[in-house]
Design a protein around this ligand. Sequence first.
Ligand code: 5GP
Ligand code: SF4
Ligand code: MG
Length: 465
Amino acid sequence: CGVFGVVGVADAANFVALGLHALQHRGQEAGGIVSHDPVQGFNSARRFGYVRDNFTSQSLMQTLPGPLAIGHVRYSTAGSKGAAIRDVQPFFGEFAMGGAAIAHNGNITNANALRRELIERGSIFQSSSDSECIIHLMARSLQRNIPERMEDALKRVEGAFSVVAMTRTKLIGVRDPLGVRPLVLGKVGDGWVLSSETCALDIIGAELVREIEPGEMVVITDNEGVQSHFPFRRQPSKFCIFEHVYFSRPDSIIGGRSVYETRRQIGVELARETPVEADLVCPVPDSGTPAAIGFAHESGIPFGMGIIRNQYMGRTFIEPTEQIRNMGVRLKLNVNRALIRGKRVVLVDDSVVRGTTSRKIKEMILDAGAAEVHFRIASPPTAWPCFYGVDTPQREKLLAATMTEDEMREHLAVDSLKFISLDGLYRAVGEASGRDKSCPQYCDACFSGEYPVTPSDMIEKGFQL
Ligand code: 5GP
Ligand code: SF4
Ligand code: MG
């Protein structure tokens, strides 16, 4: 998901709509905005579909006045698939000291246990979303103001959370102690911005101030500015390494470095680790493109767009059902026959999850008359599900969970299939000496099976580590 919030500008909701549009790649199912105006109080709008199809209408935006607003774009990981509008964030709660709205990116790994406990004690849930727990925990807190209640609530929550929240006067941002999901602070005119990624600062002409740190909570008001503190026990950070590989937009900056440059570097490492004789390097667009550029540069093999992407399709992976995803590949990608014919082609993609994309693409490339097909993948084999906010399927559906690399190559029926090593990936993201085995610098659970937070709900449901 993507989260965004603004305080201290006129018609903040317009800025939020733009920000959410720039974060659309983080969630395409639905979006929502809550605003506050001193005269008109809180207002909200939650809609299915793209931001540009909903939050561009004058008549809708006029219902969201005020200098303070937050928003969310949804990509369902927890909660029901193809969800109901009641699952669309931001969530809102009315407390003794006033209202508050929250938008959550990540996934709470003890949400089932919390929900059970809260329901037993009288909470009435409105949605199936894990994030709603935060509101109910806040309602039960005895603290006197909302940021403190939020702090109380989040201390009981396990897993990954980057939260943007608001009261009548405050914009609040929090990252979980491991900092699994991103969150950045920006400045626009006299106002302040919180955003999942820097690309959404650019769209409103805001400047990046800094990243919110793992375990940090910032409370921002119009007149007092940013107040920061660290309510949780300090732990070594575990930023999601897959944000670098796929999830974030390439024009975003993470840790002072452009995601594009990191992905290009992944391609360079990949070419060093898994060289191949071939005539053409083609990305599987768009997610494989920067890595393919790096691969071509390092290997000296010419780069070409052998697969063309229909720009009117979204991210196929994020489509909730298998059937839509299956069709999606053809609706989205087509082969540039004239370029491919007779060539030994290296296809570079960011990841192999179920293998759907790679299988379809291989067929298309061979149909177009390629002489050989070699897959090079810019991440290690995805052998474990993510429980921290990226929607990987159950373990059984992951190709790499049940097959060796050789078996995968055979299954896809390609001339070769190679993945970057975990150490290679760490080098590419800027860790010169690779992965620190005793305390990895990132979360890489979907590749290593080492989960930095015990996924207790899933273990209760029978998941085996
Ligand atoms: P597959 O077709 O193997 O199931 O999925 C791999 C493709 O899904 C890649 O092209 C990758 O770009 C894309 N993808 C989109 N979203 C995700 C995601 O959340 N996780 C992973 N691992 N891949 C994703
Ligand atoms: Fe990111 Fe993978 Fe960790 Fe999920 S399991 S947070 S996708 S690195
Ligand atoms: Mg892709």
